[in-house]
Design a binder for this molecule. Structure first.
Ligand code: GLY
Length: 393
């Protein structure tokens, strides 16, 4: 497995340990400044003019804010972060008990950085039980015909008979559930989905489809379609980043020996399609000279993927992964991070949630804004760079 140090990456300095420490201190101050407003309520999925408003616990992104609180607690040991995170964990129990927007594959995004984190960090048994309820619900979305977890909507809805690449990040909840309970069913389904997804979403040039449909009668793969990318055949940069981190986590849990090679190809596609300033456009259809917005969050996700892969690869490859992650993070810290609560109540500026094009079916929202996963993965990457981190995933 070999990662490509493009000329732009070769010229880019890596973040130093001291710069990581300073950036993490700034990030923790940013989180702290939100405690009063966002302990008993959540942040909306994306900011408006770099400021988040409040939201209930009914979005796919709520777990990232709770995860950011856990990271702040883990990095400081301070009880105000612990108390805020604990209050939110209880809200996730209510959400699963009352089935509030839980007909989705996003249960991993929701319950790994909130309840699994709570259990791993504090031994909270109620959080463990809550995360297991979410894992059961996620497992119930698995279709035997096609061998995949359905992303969105009711399971009998033929128009929704598809997976999406993002789901790779939901699988750790299932792997964790098997380890915790000794019930291999969760792991079996996660492995089956991983295998199916990697077979269909990765194109011959190692770019990726966002979503992939199957025939509900036969389970045969039908076609790749985008939701948030520029078009069906384009490479949505965040989708590619979910691929990078998802394969790294898949390797962590399965040790499948074909994954390191796949990881390097999918990661290289991302690195080779970065513009010269190394901040990804929201879709790789666009490059240097385009006025389209950037999606900083994709880069934060890739940095985490590289640092996760580094934990499982031989030393030489691991060092390359870490070096590239440090370069990507130097760019994000220097060019995209919020420096004060007056500038933003988030962490990572210049993300994109959805951008409407004639060829996709999403709407314009969260453009050139903070978003909750960008904030979370930015702080996760800094945490990973500052110590030997035990993943919430
Ligand atoms: N998982 C949805 C997104 O990445 O926007």
């Amino acid at each position: 497995m070999e990662l490509t140090l493009t000329p732009a990456l070769a010229a880019q300095p890596a973040i130093t340990d001291e710069e990581v420490r300073t950036a993490l201190d700034t990030a923790i101050r940013q989180t702290e400044s939100c405690l009063e407003e966002f302990s008993l309520q959540f942040k909306h999925t994306f900011s408006y003019d770099n400021f988040y408003g409040p939201a209930p616990n009914d979005q796919w992104t709520n777990g990232f804010w709770t995860g950011e609180l856990w990271l702040a607690y883990e990095n400081t040991g301070r009880k105000e972060f612990l108390e805020a995170a604990r209050a939110q964990v209880e809200s996730f129990r209510s959400r699963i008990d009352h089935n509030i927007e839980t007909d989705t594959h996003d249960l991993g995004f929701l319950y790994s950085p909130s309840c699994v984190a709570a259990y791993k960090l504090t031994g909270d048994l109620r959080a463990r039980e809550t995360a297991l309820l979410a894992a059961k619900k996620l497992a119930s979305r698995f279709h035997e015909k096609g061998q995949f977890i359905q992303a969105w909507g009711a399971l009998d809805n033929r128009d929704n008979y598809r997976l999406i690449i993002d789901c790779l990040l939901n699988l750790p909840l299932l792997f964790w559930a098997s380890k915790e309970t000794g019930d291999s069913k969760f792991e079996k389904l996660a492995k089956a989905h991983l295998n199916t997804a990697l077979n269909v979403v990765i194109r011959p040039d190692y770019s990726t489809y966002h979503t992939y449909y199957f025939d509900p009668d036969t389970g045969e793969p039908v076609k790749g379609v985008t939701h948030q990318g520029y078009s069906a055949d384009s490479a949505w940069s965040r989708g590619q980043s979910w691929g990078v981190y998802g394969i790294a986590l898949g390797y962590a849990y399965t040790q499948n020996e074909t994954y390191p090679e796949l990881f390097s190809h999918v990661t290289n596609y991302f690195l080779e399609h970065l513009p010269s300033d190394l901040i990804p456009y929201w879709d790789f259809t666009f490059t240097d000279g385009s006025t389209e917005p950037r999606d900083s969050s994709a880069s934060a996700v890739v940095a985490c993927g590289l640092l996760e892969a580094a934990r499982h690869l031989p030393e030489k490859e691991a060092d390359t992964c870490k070096q590239i992650a440090r370069k990507l993070m130097k760019v994000l810290v220097d060019r995209c991070s919020a420096q004060s609560p007056e500038e933003s109540n988030g962490q990572l500026l210049h993300g994109v949630y959805g951008r409407k094009t004639p060829y996709n079916d999403c709407i314009d929202h969260g453009i050139d804004e903070c978003n909750l996963w960008g904030d979370y993965y930015y702080v996760e990457a800094l945490t990973r760079l500052s110590k030997d981190w035990n993943p919430y995933w």
